[in-house]
Ligand binder design. Structure first.
Ligand SMILES: [Zn+2]
Ligand SMILES: [Zn+2]
Length: 141
C-alpha cells in the first residue's frame, strides 16, 4: 500500500496523522514479517531521528482501533500483523519468524461458521497460529 492510499484510508476513518505517524503506519502496513514495536521503531527512526517509542505505541493503537493492524500478543513481546485476510501464522519456535500461510479462506471460514452455528459461542475475532520450525531452521537442523 502506498503512503497516499494509507493516508486516504485513515482519513476516511476520521484519523489524521502527522508525517511521523504516517511513516509508522506505512512501515507496519507494508511489513509482512509481523514486526515488534522495536523493529518498527528502528525502521522508522532512520527517517525520523527524534522518534520516540511512545509515538510508535500510540500510533499502533490508533491503527489497531481502525482495524488496519492486529496486535498478536506473545509471551515475550507483541507482534503486529497487517494481513487482514483469514490466514494462519506459521510461528517458528527457534528463530521466532512468523510467516503467513494461506490455508484457503474456505477452511477457516468453515471453522468459524461451525462454531457460530452451534449457538454455544459468539465469534468476535480469531487468530490462527501454528508453531514449529521454519524452512531456514529446518535446513540448519
Ligand atoms: Zn526459524
Ligand atoms: Zn499474519
Amino acid at each position: 500500500m502506498t503512503t497516499v492510499d494509507i493516508a486516504e484510508k485513515l482519513r476516511d476513518q476520521g484519523i489524521r496523522l502527522t508525517p511521523q505517524r504516517l511513516a509508522i503506519a506505512e512501515v507496519v502496513i507494508n511489513s509482512a514479517d509481523h514486526p515488534t514495536v522495536r523493529d518498527i521503531y528502528s525502521r522508522v527512526r532512520d527517517f525520523f531521528p527524534y522518534l520516540t517509542v511512545a509515538t510508535v505505541y500510540s500510533t499502533l493503537s490508533v491503527l489497531e482501533r481502525a482495524g488496519l493492524v492486529a496486535q498478536l500478543p506473545f509471551q515475550k513481546e507483541s507482534r503486529y500483523d497487517s494481513n487482514n485476510t483469514l490466514h494462519v501464522n506459521l510461528v517458528c519456535t527457534k528463530c521466532e519468524s512468523i510467516v503467513d500461510c494461506d490455508a484457503g479462506d474456505n477452511y477457516l471460514e468453515k471453522i468459524k461458521d461451525r462454531i457460530q452455528d452451534s449457538g454455544l459461542f459468539q465469534n468476535k475475532y480469531q487468530r490462527f497460529d501454528i508453531y514449529g520450525l521454519c524452512e531456514n531452521c529446518l535446513k540448519l537442523s
